[in-house]
Design a binder for this molecule. Structure first.
Ligand SMILES: O=C(O)CCC(=O)C(=O)O
Ligand SMILES: [Fe+2]
Length: 381
């Protein structure tokens, strides 16, 4: 299949960017919200399938569009990325985000991209993230103690002793932030950044944080929450990729999503933002997980989507996931008075460094929040 893109004019004089499948002779409009968000600049991220075995000219594309009743607009489409003949594409790509994925993400606030990553990529991520996690175990325990109001213990033994005073059910997982900063060879896979940019309809994307979640046998549920509720960002354009580092079945606490909650403005008035955390949400939302998930599958949830998990049975092996959260570059830092008062503190260890160094209401161009899309040369996996 060859995918190219072109701008076409639909009745009313509106320009829409379309994906054109020359072999299948099909034209699919790219999500119109991308078009709206980018205003008069119609460039939007669009994945081109690099594994083509046939070459189609612009004339072919134009004639497909004309047959489909469209008028081809003057803007030139981006050139399709073709691998050099006889060579494999540099980044092995199992699949990329489809228009259906984009629409599902916009409507439901979550989507699973099966086989987005290659098995060897996930194995590499597992090895590197677990090594950092083991080396920094104390930090992870300190974060947990601090979130639970138990201060900052100086040793692992002290931390474990403190946590023993807390009901297991109140400890959802061990977590460590920004492992990519602790091991520079831990790279964000290109497919991930590309997929996130496509889902958000963003031309430039930064990383908010990466994080490992180690949910051990006997750990309690991950309470309902939305990631943006904990992030000091002024934005609606934020997405988290959840990457299981091994196959995840229903017993291993897959992430569950409250469908449509990212656009449910009245949800906060229903039970109150904090009270929602332990609520059974099934009377208001369709709650969905994507289990079983296999290695290479990735789920994406919007920054405002409510999500959580069940607790883990005592006999279960740890369930381990690595996550990367991305936001569109035009987002700004929230004013302290709008943020600090009643916001859960889970992410504080993650942002405490850069938050002091960026001005409120200004673009977040801090080196800790690096640009990952467009994909920088050399820096990604
Ligand atoms: O893995 C978990 O239990 C929680 C993950 C989560 O909250 C997230 O990815 O945003
Ligand atoms: Fe989350």
């Amino acid at each position: 299949m060859v995918l190219l893109s072109a701008f076409v004019q639909i009745p009313g004089g509106i320009l829409v960017r379309c994906g054109v499948s020359a072999r299948r002779k099909r034209v699919d409009p790219i999500c119109t919200s991308n078009f709206r968000n980018t205003g008069s600049d119609l460039e939007a991220p669009f994945t081109l399938d690099a594994g083509s075995d046939e070459d189609y000219s612009q004339e072919d594309v134009d004639s497909i569009l004309a047959n489909a009743g469209f008028t081809v607009a003057k803007q030139k489409p981006k050139k399709a990325v073709e691998p050099e003949s006889g060579k494999k594409p540099k980044i092995a790509r199992n699949r990329s985000v489809t228009n259906k994925d984009i629409i599902q993400f916009e409507r439901e606030g979550h989507v699973a991209c099966r086989d987005l990553l290659l098995e060897e990529q996930v194995e590499d991520l597992r090895e590197k993230t677990l090594k950092v996690f083991e080396d920094r175990l104390l930090e992870s325990y300190q974060q947990k103690c601090s979130v639970l109001g138990l201060g900052t213990p100086g040793t692992l033994a002290e931390a474990k002793e403190s946590l023993e005073t807390v009901d297991n059910d109140k400890i959802p997982f061990l977590q460590l932030f920004n492992l990519r900063k602790m091991n520079p060879s831990l790279l964000i896979p290109e497919q991930l950044a590309q997929a996130a940019a496509t889902l958000l309809g963003s031309k430039r994307l930064r990383v908010y944080q990466d994080s490992i979640f180690v949910k051990r046998g006997g750990d309690g549920p991950t309470l309902w929450h939305s990631d943006l509720n904990m992030a000091p960002l002024d934005t609606n354009r934020f997405v988290t990729a959840w990457i299981p580092l091994h196959p995840v079945t229903e017993e291993l606490a897959p992430l569950c999503f409250a469908t449509g909650s990212h656009t449910d403005f009245s949800g906060c008035y229903w039970k109150g933002r904090q009270f929602l955390r332990e609520e059974d949400l099934s009377s208001r939302y369709q709650v969905q997980s994507y289990s079983p998930l296999k290695i290479g599958d990735v789920t994406f949830h919007h920054g405002w989507t409510l999500h959580g998990t069940d607790g883990m049975d005592l006999t279960c092996d740890p369930r381990i996931a690595w996550t990367v959260s991305f936001f569109c570059e035009e987002s700004t830092r929230l004013l302290p008075e709008r943020f600090w008062s009643d916001i859960p503190t889970e992410d504080r260890m993650s942002y405490q460094r850069w938050i002091k160094e960026v001005k409120t209401s200004k673009p977040l161009n801090h080196p800790d929040l690096e640009v990952v899309f467009p994909v920088p040369k050399k820096k990604m996996g």
